[in-house]
Every structure is written in structure tokens, then in C-alpha cells.
Design a protein around this ligand. Structure first.
Ligand SMILES: Nc1ncnc2c1ncn2[C@@H]1O[C@H](COP(=O)(O)OP(=O)(O)O)[C@@H](O)[C@H]1O
Ligand SMILES: [Mg+2]
Length: 480
């Protein structure tokens, strides 16, 4: 290989066709003297050899003649090599000086004397190593093992994205089971009911997660009291999810205090009775009554034997708490999420529970608009660390990409999806676009803090847990 040019942070190299093949994401070292440039291959193209069009046309026209084998001076193979040489496009990732990677050193290696070779997986592991202690093995890269550290997910905002069936949920399960094993609490909003099987292994036996995995099914083992939800959350549910007008909400607040005063505690039944009894405008009464009845129909509220989420969270030292939203209708999903988020925030603020990770798959389906900002600012500050998983990148606001500390990017072919993701501030858009387009399933490009800002392409390893991502098929997998 030889250096062809360097333009900004893009380095172009020429390689002959018989050199060791490189894949997108591979790291190369360009060494000259005691220093090396570290660059990452993002694409491979044919070299623009002058006259190539003419050559190829001539070749095509003479295909039937034996002329092309006429090579009296034996230079054919060299010419062929020249015409077939590759242009490798790589991104500058830094200069290695005394074993450490620096971005501030201005230095160019010689075009002719420098040695260019593939970087060893050990060197990449070393350079991307952060100072964590809790290792999570993610998979393989350049025939080495890639691990990240749980500490780099802690307190951070993480996005896992890629098109359908590429392995996002699988990776999420790998990450959260490792986090739970290190004692972290992970709350999962599970819209497809695919996180409920983590207590089992692939062959149906009890998995190592069994004692640390707890499924909350709304309406069954997850019903909450109105009192525990509190006036603010109930008013938020009425306002944001059931589209209750402001004047009606004001009336609701008055009724709430009156029930509290007269009965000592607030229940859904008590509120419904009060609405039917107390004096108010008929239209307000109707508006409130219909909404309270629909809250009651969700089956999520139970004032007699409610579950307290803090009891579930505190009864174990870390673990995965799955909130199964798969069987709830759209509006009920939103009500449950509203309750859970507002409850978790107040419990964290009171110091009643430990900080936790929150996995939200396809969050735009149940998260109200105003929560995005809140989740990455206020809620993260008090101890909710979001992991957003989506196959629709533009369903997550741009601002979230800019703030993301870690991105696990699987394949995307659609240009507009790629354009959107390339707004993430931790990596250049060329890398995102060229690498993500070509990623095979189960491979992802990891960007951000977990890899010390050295993007790597990883083939995600297999886990023995029952991952439950399989789509149910009508005709089964065998067509014979
Ligand atoms: N690293 C992996 N090793 C083994 N199987 C995997 C891996 N990644 C994904 N799969 C399988 O591929 C399928 C799709 O993965 P999934 O994570 O559900 O995709 P996505 O969430 O991106 O739609 C599932 O059947 C899953 O079990
Ligand atoms: Mg999925």
C-alpha cells in the first residue's frame, strides 16, 4: 500500500489487488520513523487510473480474439495489477506517539518510505480501553475480542439503532444482562413482549438471570393506586394523554382535595363518586366522568391491593424489571409510561431508590413529546440513564443524537436515515454513512465513550439466554 493523498481527516491509499483484503472498519497503521498514524478504513473503490475507460473498452472488444494473451515482454500482469489497483479511503484517528493516541500532533509520514500495515486487535483494544473495571464482552473485531466497560454506560445516554432484524434487541439484552449482573437496576419498556423470556436459556432451562429478572404485567401483577400516583401524575395523565381541557383539570384538582379532606384518602372510586355528586358545570362533569371511567377500564389502577414500584425495585440488589406493554392498548401504554416515569423521578429525588438504566424501544410510540428533553436533562441528572432502541432513527429528536454519549449503529441502507444519524456529534458523517450501509446483520459500529471515541465495527457475540426476538411466522421456517 502507498499513501495517495490526505485531505482534511481523509487519507487515501493505493493498494494492489493481491494485498491482504481489508474490510470497512479495519484499522491501519502508517508508520514512518518512530511515529505512526492510526487510520480507519471506511471504503474501498477502484483507483482512477487514466485511460481506464479506453482500456476496458478495448478489452471488451477484443474478448473473442486471442490477442489479449499476446504479451511478448511479460508485462501483462503488472499492467493488470495497475489497472486493478484499489483506492482505500480511510479516516485519520490520531497519531501514536510513545504508545498513546494524540489528536493534536501535526505530522505527516513520508509517502514513499512509510510502512503501512493492518493494526493488531491488541493495539485497538488497548487504545479504546477506558478506565472501567466491569467488563462487558461485546463480540469480535479484526479477529480480536472487543469489550466495553459498564462504567461508560453509567450515567450516560445510549442509542442503539439500525434497520429491522439486524440485532438491536439482541445486543440490548446482552448489555442489560451484563449490567444487571454487576448489580445495576434496569427498567425495560417492553412493547413486543420480547424481554420476558430472559429467565430461560435457549434450551429452556433456568438461566443465570433467573433471580434477577422480574416481569411486571399491567392489570395483573402490576396495578397501582391513584393515591400513590399522586395528584400531579393523575393531572398529567388527564392533560397529556386524555386531552382534558385546562378548566376541567382545575375542577379535577378541586375534587381531589375535597375527597382527600372528606375521606382521608383518594381512590378512583372516591373520585368517581365525588364527580357524580359534587356541584359543577354539566359539561365538566361529563368530561371528567368519561375520563375517570376510562382510567378505571384500563385495569391499571387498584386502590385496594396496589403494587409499589419501590418495593419491587428495592427487594433485590439490581436486576431487570420488564414492564410488559405488549398487551395494552395504545392509550393504556401511555398512561403506564407516564405513571412509571413520574414515579421513578420522584423516588429518585427522594433518594428512595438507586439510579437505574431505562431501556425504551421505539419510545415514540408511548413517550410524550415533552419527555424527550426531560429524559436527557433533568431525569438523567437525578439518575435515569436512558438506552433508546429504534429502527426509525428520525423518531428520536435530533437533539438526542447530539447529546448521545454512545451509539451502537447497525445496518441502514436508506439515505435519509443515514443523514439523520450522521448528525451525532461524536463521529464524522462519512464514517457513519459509508460503514453503516455495508454492515452485515449482527454487526454494529460502536461510537462514543464506550470505545474511547475510536469507532469500531463489532460482530456481536451469541448469548445463551432466550432472546425472544424471533418473528412468528405463518409458514414456519421450513418451506419443504
Ligand atoms: N449476535 C447475535 N447472535 C445470534 N443471534 C442473533 C444475534 N443478533 C441477532 N440475532 C437473532 O437475529 C434475529 C433478529 O435480531 P433482533 O435483535 O430481534 O433484531 P432487531 O431488534 O434489530 O429487529 C433474532 O432472532 C435474534 O435472536
Ligand atoms: Mg427488536
Amino acid at each position: 500500500m502507498k499513501i495517495l493523498s490526505k485531505n482534511g481527516d481523509t487519507i487515501e491509499l493505493l493498494a494492489s489487488p493481491d494485498e491482504e483484503p481489508l474490510v470497512r472498519g479495519d484499522y491501519i497503521l502508517i508508520t514512518d520513523g518512530g511515529r505512526s498514524i492510526l487510520a480507519q478504513v471506511i471504503d474501498i473503490e477502484y483507483a482512477d487510473v487514466p485511460g481506464i475507460l479506453e482500456d476496458v473498452l478495448r478489452e471488451l472488444a477484443s474478448e473473442h480474439f486471442s490477442m489479449k494473451n499476446f504479451d511478448p515482454y511479460g508485462v501483462g500482469s503488472i499492467l493488470l495489477d495497475v489497472r486493478d489497483s484499489r483506492r482505500i479511503i480511510a479516516k485519520f484517528r490520531g497519531v501514536i506517539v510513545d504508545g498513546s493516541l494524540r489528536n493534536d500532533v501535526i505530522w505527516l509520514p513520508s509517502r514513499f518510505n512509510s510502512r503501512i500495515e493492518k493494526a493488531s486487535p491488541e493495539l485497538i483494544s488497548d487504545l479504546m480501553r477506558t478506565c472501567g473495571r466491569r467488563r462487558i464482552i461485546i463480540g469480535e473485531c479484526m479477529s480480536g475480542t472487543i469489550s466495553i466497560y459498564a462504567e461508560d454506560l453509567d450515567g450516560r445516554l445510549t442509542i442503539i439503532t439500525g434497520k429491522k432484524e439486524t440485532g438491536k434487541s439482541y445486543l440490548t439484552k446482552l448489555l442489560i444482562t451484563s449490567l444487571a449482573e454487576y448489580g445495576a437496576t434496569v427498567v425495560v419498556f417492553d412493547i413486543n413482549g420480547e424481554y420476558i423470556g430472559l429467565s430461560e436459556t435457549v434450551d429452556g432451562s433456568v438461566s443465570r438471570m433467573a433471580g434477577r429478572h422480574y416481569v411486571l404485567t399491567p392489570g395483573e401483577n402490576f396495578r397501582v393506586s391513584v393515591e400513590d400516583a399522586g395528584l400531579k401524575t393523575m393531572a398529567d395523565i388527564l392533560q397529556h394523554i386524555l386531552a382534558t381541557p385546562a378548566t376541567t383539570i382545575r375542577e379535577f384538582m378541586r375534587i381531589w382535595s375535597s375527597v382527600e379532606r372528606n375521606e382521608g384518602r383518594v381512590t378512583l372510586r372516591g373520585l368517581i363518586n365525588a364527580v357524580s355528586r359534587m356541584q359543577m358545570h354539566e359539561s365538566v362533569r361529563e368530561a371528567l366522568m368519561s375520563r375517570l371511567l376510562s382510567l378505571s377500564e384500563t385495569g391499571f389502577f387498584d386502590d385496594e391491593s396496589p403494587v409499589r414500584i419501590e418495593d419491587v425495585l428495592n427487594s433485590r440488589s439490581g436486576g431487570i424489571i420488564v414492564i410488559d406493554l405488549s398487551n395494552s392498548i395504545h392509550q393504556t401504554k401511555k398512561i403506564i409510561v407516564e405513571y412509571v416515569l413520574s414515579k421513578l423521578s420522584s423516588l429518585l429525588r427522594e433518594g428512595a431508590i438507586d439510579p437505574l438504566f431505562l431501556v425504551a424501544e421505539e419510545a415514540h410510540l408511548y413517550l410524550r413529546e415533552t419527555y424527550w428533553d426531560d429524559l436527557v436533562t433533568r431525569m438523567r441528572h437525578i439518575g435515569i440513564f436512558p438506552i433508546f432502541v429504534t429502527n426509525q432513527p428520525d423518531s428520536i429528536p435530533e437533539m438526542i443524537y447530539r447529546q448521545a454519549d454512545n451509539i451502537f449503529l447497525f445496518n441502514f441502507t436508506n439515505e435519509s436515515d443515514l443523514n439523520y444519524i450522521s448528525k451525532a456529534s461524536r463521529v464524522d458523517s462519512d464514517t457513519v454513512k459509508r460503514i453503516a450501509k455495508m454492515l452485515p446483520p449482527r454487526h454494529c459500529l460502536i461510537i462514543g465513550r464506550v470505545v474511547n471515541d475510536l469507532p469500531v465495527v463489532v460482530r456481536v457475540r451469541e448469548v445463551e439466554l432466550r432472546a425472544m426476538g424471533e418473528t412468528r411466522l405463518l409458514f414456519g421456517r421450513r418451506y419443504s
